[in-house]
Design a protein around this ligand. Sequence first.
Ligand code: KIV
Length: 270
Amino acid sequence: MEKKEYKRITTNSLLEMKKSKEKISMLTAYDYTLARIVDSSGIDILLVGDSASNVMAGHETTLPITLDQMIYHASSVVRAIKRCLVVVDLPFGTYQGNSKKALASAIRIMKESGAHSVKLEGGEEISDSIKRILTAGIPVMGHLGLTPQSIYKFGTYTVRAKENAEAKKLINDAKLLEKAGCFAIVLEKVPAELAKKVASELEIPVIGIGAGADVDGQVLVLHDMLGMNNEFSPRFLRRYSNLFEEINKATTNYINDVKSGSFPNEKEQY
Ligand code: KIV
């Protein structure tokens, strides 16, 4: 089938892509400059992930990032993009256990950043929040499997749903999220066979990270796939560059030039 050209990606485009078996590409972004580059390369979805808490702020977990900080990152990304769909994570503590608060948080993100949709972690336990957000016409992406906001419940970042009971709950949760009206689901760090089953049983796109190839799309953290973090090497990560080395080389050369007095030269001054 011929690949359709999309001028703008919407939640409907993603459904069409799943139907026509075109894989969906998704990366994270947290700032204007990188979002502009990645959007111009034709990415389908940019996720303003709460991984900004780790990547941008150096926290150990995603828990500390605030709604205000997420809105700051999201509005920077939205100003940069022309084509892709922008999804923003609702941060920890802004939607769990209180659907009215969840709606208020989602509305703030949509109004103050101009983003197109929000993402929430969890299944049945947050379904009231998801349903209420959807009543306002705000598209919702789900997130199951390894949900980093629950890291203190899991105790480890290892693969989820390897046991039958957890796999069964994940399948039920995925169906429930589809029925509630989510436009897509992220599946993080689950066995490839399980992810394949979920993707084949749902009509909405399933986007994997560490979930194998038989899903409808892939997502990675931008700074990880660019090789900016040389201390993080999970099995699922493919590095497309080694920017840690590249940037380190460039900044070392700059420092040497400044120290030796060779920068600036005559042509680099007024
Ligand atoms: O916050 C994030 O970067 C994410 C992706 C890992 C899916 O949720």
